[in-house]
Design a protein around this ligand. Structure first.
Ligand code: ATP
Ligand code: MG
Length: 569
């Protein structure tokens, strides 16, 4: 293509709304435009990248036996009522009515559609296993759509669903997808890590997220400095060490602690360590109010608490509710004599001896509080955050922290959906059994954005060859110089004839402007046709990634470019 005829609206200024580098550069380089909050159009260059990522995904899914299909975005409420997720999904689910007043939603994911489809058409073990996928738009009315393609309300996802006879089959499908995902993200040129994760609203047991390591990532990963353990902080878990297990339990007593309502103030005032304090947090769920207890030196993990309570919504209670429940202002809540709410204690709290806790009145705390003796725990669960610096759960290494962008996630669903939606099959003995499922998603746009987060410099994007919109831009210095233009055209024709994806920047612009655009857009190779080309038949070849410039004769150019492209793969 000739750049003069292409729709590549580059911007000199960074749009004010863009916070992260991928958002800024994709807007500036003319890859995407915002239509509404979290809703984007992919311009021609953006679409080329999207298509390349999709094709890599397709190839890797097909290699594992995946079969592509296409399912509807518009989904009837009945499916979601049947699975129970019409309620669970909450305000993220985009709902609407048709002209007959029937409820529908825009699919945020496709477990319901595909499970019912398979339920209706798969009867026998002979029809299993199946790996079915599609690539299409998903809709989630995210609370905070942001970062451009990273967190949209409309976004492109590849989702594959596996259907197996049993757990063994599921394990095989899961491993296939783990492999496929590793290949996809490697081929997209990303530095990433699969991590253990929480299964969230999708449900199921085992799950891994594929995290692209980048400081702008919204997820926090903990990984071991010695072994291959890596986990989303939401999921990371360690056994509780009973540090004070041997101590004699002393008599509980109240002490005054004027003005001391934070953990730090209490540790100073009472000269105790933070780990000897029981932090009591009052939470409100859709069903009840609970008191959640973690050690003073720990943070509560709301995802773990949410899972432990099995609730639909969870939020920290406001000061009025705290006062109502505990009789005390925020900062003095404690579990002793807290009779009207359920008490959920972290594993570590259950093991504390002679702890300090709020006394449920202002300016007072209790000392020598002993869980079990002085208050009852309705539930003891792991509800705390693990942090960097703690020991690895798998070896004696130490945990490190990094930020990650979740580009994909794979789940073992088991019979979660097939049971509720009655997707059964008959086994070899004619016995009816639930189909065992897995689901596997990749965010296509998010993968594109993650690539930019990892591959850019001050001048713009540096696309990996595998997903670059074009491989080469040919830039004649002076389009008015007919000889130069002719040479540039010849080179352009030769390269495209050899299957190299090339554009010719034939715009009547200053060379500086064209170079700036080429850097911003991130073509892996720039070929400059100037005076010397006419005189000596030599062009300047610039490698966007290494920034190396080389003069190469026209004769050797195509081979040299092909070699460079291969070396950049
Ligand atoms: P997140 O935790 O980031 O909200 P999720 O875990 O809800 O994502 P999944 O249901 O696992 O997302 O979806 C599969 C993939 O789809 C994700 O790994 C991600 O790449 C992509 N994805 C999910 N939500 C969005 C979004 N709002 N915008 C763009 N891509 C998304
Ligand atoms: Mg996910």
């Amino acid at each position: 293509m000739r750049v003069s005829e292409m729709f590549i609206p580059t911007l000199r200024e960074t749009p004010a709304e863009a916070e992260v580098v991928s958002h800024k550069l994709l807007l500036r380089a003319g890859f995407i435009r915002k239509t509404a909050a979290g809703v984007y159009s992919y311009l021609p260059l953006g679409m080329r990248v999207i298509k390349k990522i999709m094709n890599i995904i397709r190839e890797e899914m097909d290699k594992q036996g995946g079969q592509e299909m296409l399912m509807p975005i518009m989904q009837p409420a009945e499916l979601w009522l049947e699975s129970g997720r019409w309620q669970v999904y909450g305000p993220e689910l985009m709902r609407f009515k048709d002209r007959h007043n029937r409820d529908f939603c825009l699919g945020p994911t496709h477990e319901e559609v595909i499970t019912v489809l398979v339920r209706n058409d798969v009867r026998s073990y002979k029809q299993l296993p199946q790996l079915l996928y599609h690539i299409g738009n998903k809709y989630r009315d995210e609370r905070r759509p942001r970062f451009g393609l990273m967190r949209g309300r409309e976004f492109i996802m590849k989702d594959l669903y596996s259907f197996d006879k049993d757990e063994e089959g599921l394990q095989k499908s899961y491993e296939k997808m783990h492999r496929a995902y590793t290949n996809v993200f490697t081929r997209c040129g990303l530095t990433f890590r699969p991590v253990e994760a929480d299964s969230g609203a999708i449900g199921g047991s085992t799950t891994h997220e594929f995290m692209v390591l980048a400081d702008s990532g919204e997820a926090t990963i903990l990984y071991c400095d010695t072994c291959d353990y890596a986990s989303n902080v939401e999921k990371a878990s360690l056994p509780a060490a009973g540090l004070d297990a041997g101590l004699e339990k002393l008599e509980m007593r109240e002490v005054t602690t004027p003005g001391a309502h934070t953990v730090e103030q209490v540790t100073e005032f009472l000269e105790v360590e933070a780990r000897q304090i029981i932090k009591t947090l009052i939470y409100k769920t859709d069903k009840e109010i609970v008191a959640a207890l973690v050690r003073g030196d720990r943070e509560l993990n709301e995802i773990k608490l949410y899972n432990a309570l099995g609730c639909l919504t969870l939020e920290l209670a406001g000061p009025e509710t705290v006062k109502e429940v505990t009789g005390a202002p925020v900062g003095y809540a404690g579990p002793v004599n807290l009779n009207d709410v359920r008490i959920i204690a972290d594993l570590e709290v259950a093991q504390m001896v002679n702890a300090v806790a709020g006394a449920n009145k202002g300016d007072a705390h209790l000392i020598n509080v002993n869980p079990g003796r002085d208050f009852k725990m309705d539930l003891v669960e792991d509800i705390r955050m693990v942090t960097a610096g703690e020991s690895c759960p798998k070896c004696d290494g130490k945990l490190q922290e990094a930020k990650g962008i979740e580009v994909g996630q794979i789940f073992k669903l088991g019979d979660k959906y097939s049971k509720i939606l009655k997707a059964h099959y008959l086994d070899q003995n004619g016995k009816e059994k639930p189909i065992i499922m897995g689901c596997y998603g990749i965010g296509v746009g998010r993968t594109m954005a993650a690539s930019v987060e990892q591959n850019h410099d001050d001048n713009g994007i540096i696309w990996p060859v595998s997903i670059a919109p074009y491989h080469v831009v040919v830039v004649p210095i002076s389009v008015k110089d007919q000889q130069q233009m002719q040479l540039a055209e010849d080179i352009y024709n030769e390269l495209s004839g050899r299957g190299i994806e090339v554009v010719l920047d034939d715009r009547n612009e200053r060379p500086g402007v064209k170079f700036k655009d080429a850097d911003l857009i991130g073509y892996p190779i720039r070929v400059v046709v100037g005076k010397r080309t006419a005189e000596d038949k030599v062009v300047e070849v610039y490698n966007r990634k290494t920034q190396a410039k080389e003069n190469i004769s026209i004769e050797e150019l195509t081979d040299a470019i092909q070699k460079t492209l291969i070396s950049l793969q």
